[in-house]
Ligand binder design. Structure first.
Ligand SMILES: Nc1ncnc2c1ncn2[C@@H]1O[C@H](COP(=O)(O)OP(=O)(O)OP(=O)(O)O)[C@@H](O)[C@H]1O
Length: 368
């Protein structure tokens, strides 16, 4: 049974939210740019925002249905929620905040459970502190403990690590992964951090301007975006316009700026002659010294390079016909290959990493 099944509409001013979302056990990452509607979606599922239309079911139980006038309050939905800005009750201690949603057990039991969650979130002994005395990252972890403590199977977490440093983030990501295993949790996790999305997601939902653009298992969405906008949002910086030359059972031949490449991945039903967009992820390009490879080689020269410390982004221009390409290379292979000294290389694009999508509709400058 899906843990969350939601179809909601809401609008305010110019912003229209029209989202259908399903989430099962594991981590479903809701990924999208700032202002795309991620928080609104989560707030609607949590019961903190009333959609103008729609239906929301949690573990098969309908908690909102505009057609039936049903709208269960947040506390009756059986969901743990931690918002983007931790909204702790200022009049309660930290322990009181964490124990707030726990229903079972004596007062002492609830206090013990709260203290145990605080310790698990690396805040041991914080239960007697006041919320006003916490740093931003500590308050965020208290909010997370409060969401976890009642033991709900469904958790909605809105950028819960945004105020934390990398080492704390790593520990808490591991904690979430452990909890998913231990308790078969279903978590919807909002982030606009691509690395975090990739690291955490079992399922990935890409949202933009209030709409779901694509949803599915993480690798399927990353490797096979449906169209240019999804590829752009997922960091596919080489998105090239081309045309289909030929189609075989398991491959397409595409022409890009006069250079032909074989692609083994595509979305839709591309036919010879069709205009298409082609995405080649910068971390999937192979840099060779010049030895021959079977398919998809492109002699090219480094035109510009950007040193990000852990990796280099190289901008290659072709030596003959073909596209310019960005290539990401970790700093060690960069040194071993000697790219600082040698600028002419042969790029190789494995066909499985050349993904073809229907061409984005042409941009219309006028409304005629
Ligand atoms: N009460 C409101 N009235 C009008 N517009 C609103 C209201 N609440 C949110 N919006 C708008 O809806 C859009 C989506 O907001 P939302 O908070 O869901 O974005 P988000 O994807 O979570 O972004 P971020 O990553 O920046 O948190 C934004 O453009 C926001 O300004």
């Amino acid at each position: 049974m899906t843990a969350i099944d939601a179809a909601i509409r809401w609008h305010a001013g110019d912003f229209h939210l029209d989202v259908a979302l399903g989430a099962g056990p594991g981590v479903t990452v809701l990924f999208g740019p700032s202002g795309s509607g991620k928080s609104l979606t989560l707030r609607a599922v949590a019961g903190l925002l009333t959609p103008s239309e729609g239906r929301i079911a949690v573990d098969g139980r309908v908690v909102f249905d505009s057609a039936r006038g049903l709208d269960l309050p947040a506390h009756a939905r059986g969901i743990g929620y931690a918002g983007q800005r931790p909204a702790l009750f200022p009049h309660l201690s930290v322990g009181g905040n964490v124990a707030f949603g726990i229903r079972a057990g004596s007062r002492a039991d609830r206090a013990r459970t709260a203290a145990a969650w605080l310790a698990r979130l690396e805040l041991p002994g914080f239960e007697h502190r006041r919320p006003g005395s916490l740093s931003g990252g500590q308050a965020q972890r208290v909010a997370l403990a409060r969401a976890l403590a009642p033991g709900h199977r469904v958790l909605l977490l809105d950028e819960p690590f945004s105020a934390l440093d990398e080492s704390l983030r790593q520990g808490l990501r591991q904690l979430l992964a452990d909890l998913v295993q231990e308790r078969e949790l279903a978590i919807i996790f909002v982030t606009h951090d691509l690395r975090e999305a990739h690291l955490l997601a079992d399922q990935l939902v890409v949202i933009d301007r209030g709409r779901v653009l694509q949803a599915g298992p993480r690798d399927g969405v990353f490797r096979a975006p449906r169209h240019r906008r999804v590829a752009e949002l997922l960091g596919g910086t080489n998105i090239l316009a081309g045309r289909v030359v030929a189609r075989a059972a398991a491959s397409l031949t595409v022409s890009i700026d006069g250079w032909e490449a074989v692609a083994a991945s595509w979305h839709g039903d591309p036919q010879p002659g069709d205009a298409v967009d082609i995405v080649i992820r910068p971390e999937r390009v192979v840099i060779r010294r010049g030895e021959p490879a079977a398919t998809n080689t492109l002699p090219a020269r480094v035109r510009r390079e950007f040193d990000y410390g852990t990796n280099h982004t190289l901008e290659f221009e072709p030596l003959g016909p073909g596209p310019s390409l960005l290539v990401d290379l970790p700093s060690r292979p960069y040194d071993v290959l000697g790219i600082a000294a040698k600028k002419d290389w042969v790029l190789e694009l494995p066909p499985g990493d050349v993904h073809v999508m229907p061409a984005a509709p042409p941009f219309r400058a006028t409304t005629q």
